[in-house]
Design a protein around this ligand. Sequence first.
Ligand SMILES: [Zn+2]
Length: 88
Amino acid sequence: MKDKKTTVYEDRQEKQRKYMEKHAVLCPHCGAEVLDHMTECPYCKQPLKPKGYTPLTDKQIKKIKLITFSVGMVIAIVVLVCWSLFWK
Ligand SMILES: [Zn+2]
């Protein structure tokens, strides 16, 4: 029983270690090991760029707004058409 518990604990530690290895990056400001999803270095408090994070450009924001607007319009038209068909 005691041995089993230790194994489970070690498994968890091993998983955590693997996770840390997979996601560990070096802080560009102080060189400390940090995780790639962090937005701020816990050691030097400098801002970090999380992996896969790219700030949206104005062009992308306009595109997203246009898509959202188009989808909204399509839904509105569909609802209107259904509504008018239903009430005829
Ligand atoms: Zn740092």
